[in-house]
Ligand binder design. Structure first.
Ligand SMILES: [Zn+2]
Length: 202
């Protein structure tokens, strides 16, 4: 039964698509926005549209980059250690690791993890790009920082087989992250410890 103007319902439906947002919260967001000025709501909408208009994937690490520059802020930062490459599944993991303020290297965002059940094979994530990057500029260390879940472990294992026995140090995050958890949900102390106590892959 339709009881609200359709624009309200449409907006609620959009909010409901966001992770962790149920109908009640979606309703609250929309009713809140109705109370704001037209300018404020336009600014809100513009911020969302700009996400897709002003950002691209960095061609080196595949993290988000501002359209004003080709490479992202991390890849262009001279204060970072460019010989240390941390391999993560998603950009949200970069955000999580940056929150620790512990990591000073650069990243490689795979864009997912291997998952045979879901048809995610090595060619579906950015493994080839990682290999090309390694060939082009040999790193000093590669840290595998995948989620401690089945797909993350499978990806880590695949990559360690691929990268083992080369001239660089190959490490993975220390245990301590709860199995089945997400890096981006781990608290900063846990993540900092996992990074500081990272282990060499034999
Ligand atoms: Zn980058």
């Amino acid at each position: 039964m339709r009881y609200l103007p359709s624009a309200l319902e449409r907006a609620m439906e959009q909010f409901e698509k966001l992770p962790g947002i149920g109908p009640k919260t979606a309703e609250r967001f929309v009713l809140y926005l109705m109370k704001r000025s037209k300018e404020e709501v336009s600014e809100f909408a513009k911020a969302l549209i700009d996400l897709k208009n002003e950002i691209h994937l960095c061609p080196q690490c595949f993290n988000f980059a501002d359209n004003e520059n080709e490479l992202c802020g991390i890849c262009t930062d001279p204060k970072r250690d460019h010989a240390m490459v941390c391999v993560v599944a998603e950009s949200s993991d970069v955000v999580a690791l940056e929150h620790t303020s512990e990591y000073r290297g650069v990243y490689h965002v795979l864009g997912g993890t291997l998952s045979p059940i879901h048809g995610i094979t090595p060619d579906r994530i950015r493994i080839q790009q990682l290999m090309s990057r390694i060939e082009a500029s040999t790193p000093g260390e590669i840290i595998l920082a995948l989620n401690p879940d089945i797909d993350g472990e499978a990806t880590s294992l695949y990559l360690s087989r691929l990268l083992k026995g080369r001239s660089f140090r190959l490490t993975h995050l220390a245990r301590g992250l709860p199995m089945g958890s997400d890096l981006d949900y781990a608290d900063e102390i846990t993540l900092t410890n996992a990074l500081t106590n990272r282990r060499d892959i034999a």
